[in-house]
Design a protein around this ligand. Structure first.
Ligand code: TRP
Length: 333
């Protein structure tokens, strides 16, 4: 770990399994980031508690997410891949930052508005202060960059506002993070409604490719993907959202440009194209799934990785937390 590298922080919530969208849009790109950055990736299990979880399943899913991170190529010897809930500094800093965040700005968060509509029976305070915990995650590690999707952009903005507000009062305590939009992070849309993002909470199983879907399932889902009624493989997101989404996926997996894909399938039907996309995705996922199965069978290896990385995360985050406590005037003895 070299001292000059800038710091990168990101993570995903520990719910359900991951989709091809999570993989091509985020995880696959995370894998190479350590060449340029010192990287911290959390399993964000505290954030998942804003929605009611079934304890046994939640615990299992959390370990599975960790195994998927590693199976996708996030090397836990090179990156700090750890559990948010194992590092108490997150919850502690979140409380302190709550006292530097306004009700007004939190109530303007679109995700809060969406989620409180979706879970109208459980609009808990955690849902409201969700962005403050996220700010704590990022600021504890003095992150310079945070790769996030567009849906998290507003949360990164409030993180910057909180950091700047705090720094203005107490001096330069926090690094103010920048969003990082990867050049080649594909935005993957639903296979059933290509105007919507692919989402793990979609009720239609055919809309979503899970990273754990077997080869036949992947190919079958791509065969059923909604497209348009002409037969031209051409990139035109407005006019041909379904085909454009499949091209985006195929390009992201094979490294081919839109032009190359268009000429590869010139004069061929959608059937051939869909099959090629399905096979390419299945080929991409096969080695990941093989590693994943091996990792799940070796619980002690995963748990050992988690423990060692938790220790590192604790060490780094406590430095910031101690400084914050001192600045705000909490008594140390
Ligand atoms: N809220 C993010 C999501 O749902 C997950 C997350 C929590 C996160 N803390 C973070 C992402 C810190 C980046 C940095 O996708």
């Amino acid at each position: 770990m070299s001292e000059e590298k800038k710091i990168l922080y990101s993570g995903m919530q520990a719910t359900g399994s991951l989709t091809l969208g999570n993989y091509l849009g985020a995880l696959k790109n995370w894998v190479k980031m350590h060449e340029e950055y010192e990287c911290f990736y959390g399993v964000m299990d505290l954030h998942s508690l804003t929605v009611r979880q079934e304890p046994a399943k939640f615990r299992q899913n959390a370990r599975k997410l960790y195994a998927l991170y590693v199976a996708a190529g996030l090397d836990p010897e090179v990156n700090c891949v750890y559990f948010q809930s194992h590092v108490s500094a997150h919850a502690e800093l979140a409380w302190i930052l709550d006292c530097f965040t306004y009700m007004g700005e939190l109530s303007r968060m679109t995700q809060f508005k969406d989620k409180s509509q979706k879970h109208a029976d459980n609009v808990n305070a955690g849902l409201f202060t969700y962005p403050v915990l996220m700010a704590a995650d990022i600021l504890l590690y003095q992150a310079h960059v945070v790769p996030v999707g567009v849906d998290q952009k507003q949360h990164l903005e409030i993180t910057r506002d909180i950091a700047e507000r705090f720094n203005k009062i107490y001096g330069d305590v926090f690094t103010v993070p920048e969003p990082y939009f990867g050049e080649n992070g594909a935005k993957v849309m639903s296979l059933a409604d290509p105007t919507k993002k692919m989402s793990k909470s979609d009720e239609n199983v055919n809309a979503t490719i899970l990273l754990t879907d077997d080869r036949d399932t992947v190919i079958r889902k791509f065969k059923r993907a909604v497209t348009d009624s002409d037969a031209e493989v051409r990139f035109a997101p407005e006019e041909k959202p379904g085909i454009s989404n499949l091209m985006e996926i195929y390009g992201s997996v094979t490294g081919k440009s839109h032009e190359e894909i268009e000429s590869e399938f010139a004069g061929k039907g959608y059937g051939d194209f869909k099959l090629a996309v399905g096979e390419a995705v299945a080929d991409e996922l096969a080695p990941l799934q093989e590693r994943y199965e091996k990792l799940l069978a070796d619980k002690s290896y995963i748990d050992d990785c988690i423990r060692r990385n938790d220790d590192k995360a604790r060490y780094v985050s406590n430095k910031t937390l101690r400084k914050v406590k001192k600045k705000v005037g909490l008594l140390e003895v």
